[in-house]
Design a protein around this ligand. Sequence first.
Ligand code: GLN
Length: 494
Amino acid sequence: MSLTDMTIAEAGAALAAKKISAVELTAAHNAAIAVLNPRLNAYITATPELALTQAQAADARIAAGGAGALTGIPLAIKDLFCTAGSRTTAASNILRPFVPPYESTVTQQLLDAGAVFLGKANLDEFAMGSANITSAYGTVENPWKRNGSDAKLVPGGSSGGSAAAVAARLALGATGTDTGGSIRQPASFTGLAGIKPTYGRCSRYGIIAFSSSLDQAGPIARTVEDCAILLQAMAGFDAKDSTSAERAVPDFRAAVKGGVKGKKIGIPAEYRTDGMSPEILRLWEQGVAWLKAEGAEIREISLPHTKYGLPVYYIVAPAEASSNLARYDGVRFGARVDGEDLIDMYERTRAAGFGAEVKRRIMIGTYVLSAGYYDAYYLKAQKVRALILRDFQTAFADVDAILTPTAPSAAFGLGEKMGDPVTMYLNDVFTVPASLAGVPAMSVPAGLSAEGLPLGLQVIGKHFDEETVLSVSAALERAAGFSALPTIRAGVSA
Ligand code: GLN
């Protein structure tokens, strides 16, 4: 098997058995990035020398007998995680020159585990988007193609670079962040597994903030087990994040093998939306049949406030974003455009530094927080958010996990769905409710569309019960036996 085609579990075993070295594994990925990144644009910044230095250290650690499951494993890091000494842009012009003096907790924990960082993955600017088309560093191309077509497709977003890198074999796994679906939807669009853990499971320290009450880090990888291995290292309490949960981190890898026998799986009626694509509906029914065949008990459930998920999300997230992004003023860090006086400098800096989607969110957020509108929009949205959470709590009194589709469609073409922003926001219809409720949710590749593109199913769990999410997802993964590969990938494409 080629080095870039391995799973993290396989590469970890081969490294431990000294069948391969971390340096050769990293060198193979560096070479693949050099060939394919100019085309896919999955990485904003590749760091091949740094990766080789880390790989040498990993080999030394393996030789000394102190290795863990991630020692020597080459990863892509979403360019929203601050990495000490490596440029971190959030895909924005305003952070173009920013080199953080400190490391995010999640990436520090990965480094402590011995992981190798290949570079910083592209994303939508400040993680705002569903197609990786708002990056100031260019769009990312999905390595998958429709049958018989060469049209460029989007990889989903906002963690589109992370997903494209893993799918095209330019990394064995990646970090992502998910505020309203940004791990799950790109995973679905690229035939990968991705989990957004419970809010508070992974520290947000050092992750550039978008919407602080929703942002969560999580992994994207080729298998459910690989996600479990990554999450194991990423998760854990951190005193530097006041919303970090003081909870022990369970053995996620063991949970993957848990099975679904006797588990109660809820099917929410409200996710059967009007105009749902027949192939998405069929895939969902297939998922139900698979879980039933594995011994799960299927129950119809109701999440009555689902239809308010998108409107609530698109008030809460921009409101928090407008506040979080106020810090980019050209004074403390990042880019500055000089002006006639201080206010003029602020205005010019922010006008030049932010792209159209980010400006739109700042304006919506400022509007819904302003005097006179706060009660009508923001406060109302907070109240409905509580009802959405209560829906899940009620449902989880009866079921162990919930099964839904991840996204309403397969990957779409670059340039499609761009007529108005609301069309783009509709992508998030199945992913935002779990974000608003703070519950863990995972996308797992379950089949192909009629056009030959991957489609994901979503498993939603109770707060801090990632273990059930992983075991149900692994059961779906086994049943689906998804083995299709993207058209553009290392070793076969130039
Ligand atoms: N697509 C959603 C948005 O644009 C979600 C983004 C995310 O999860 N970071 O806000």
